[in-house]
Design a protein around this ligand. Structure first.
Ligand code: ADP
Ligand code: 5GP
Length: 217
């Protein structure tokens, strides 16, 4: 069975996780975003099925009961949740799933899937964070800013922390984390992923068919 990694990208609202996530998705062919569900109304330009599955609260609650979500959380005054089926669909194809979710959701997923890799994106400063929220035209500015400050101490419990100062640099840093994982021998040689590895067939045959002498040491 071919399975990819699950990445969780979390950050206080306004830090830039949607922006960074979109650039990563553009640049990394083996990465696919998990489209999540919310009871929040769409912002201008947001499309159902592309940005989110926009659900009525009643429908969302029914789906919780049905066990549709891998995790769900109430963020501000809305519900947000990750469909299990989306994560399974992506990883079963050998692709990596990118979950852009809040901190509560990140902890829930890590508990259920301990191999998931958590990345906390940090704003360069609180002043810059406020500026970015304003720049986005955020209507719930004060509420989101206060919530953001409370989320920052959670960064210590993530696998990685990356500062989103210069966008290109941020993307390069996260890309290098993702590429490094794809070079883990446990990933390459313990399942079908060697097919994704750009190495000659003769070399692969030697690795997979031979015996390592150093095993005796
Ligand atoms: P989030 O998804 O974390 O809430 P967004 O991706 O919506 O954040 O970004 C919030 C605002 O900050 C947007 O206006 C975006 O263009 C801007 N932004 C994101 N990353 C950077 C960056 N590295 N430098 C400057 N502005 C940024
Ligand atoms: P926004 O309303 O700005 O799109 O999202 C608010 C917060 O909810 C962001 O931190 C976003 O990443 C998070 N979020 C989006 N989808 C999910 C989800 O499925 N589960 C959880 N826990 N958080 C989510």
């Amino acid at each position: 069975m071919s399975t990819g990694f699950v990445y969780i990208l979390s950050a206080p609202s306004g830090t830039g996780k949607t922006t960074v996530g979109n650039l990563l998705l553009k640049e990394i062919p083996f990465l696919e975003r998990v489209i999540t569900a919310t009871t929040r109304k769409p912002r201008d330009g947001e499309i159902h099925g592309k940005d989110y599955y926009f659900l009525e609260e009643q429908t969302f609650k029914r789906k919780i009961e049905e066990g549709f979500f891998l995790e769900w959380a109430k963020v501000y005054r809305y519900y947000y949740g990750t469909p299990k089926s989306e994560v399974e669909r992506i990883t079963s194809q050998g692709k990596d799933a990118l979950l852009i979710i809040d901190v509560q959701g990140a902890f829930q997923v890590k508990k259920l899937l301990p191999n998931a890799i958590t990345i906390f994106l940090l704003p360069p400063s609180l002043e810059e964070l406020k500026k970015r929220l304003l720049q986005r035209g955020e209507k719930e500015l004060d509420e989101r800013f206060e919530w953001a400050k409370k989320e920052l101490p959670c960064a210590r419990y993530f696998d990685y922390a990356v500062v989103n100062d210069r966008l290109e640099k941020t993307v390069e840093e996260i890309k290098s984390i993702m590429l490094a994982n794809r070079r883990r021998t446990s990933f390459l040689f313990n399942n079908e992923h060697y097919k994704l590895f750009n190495v000659g067939g003769d070399i692969l045959k030697a690795i997979l068919g031979g015996k390592c002498n150093a095993e005796k040491i």
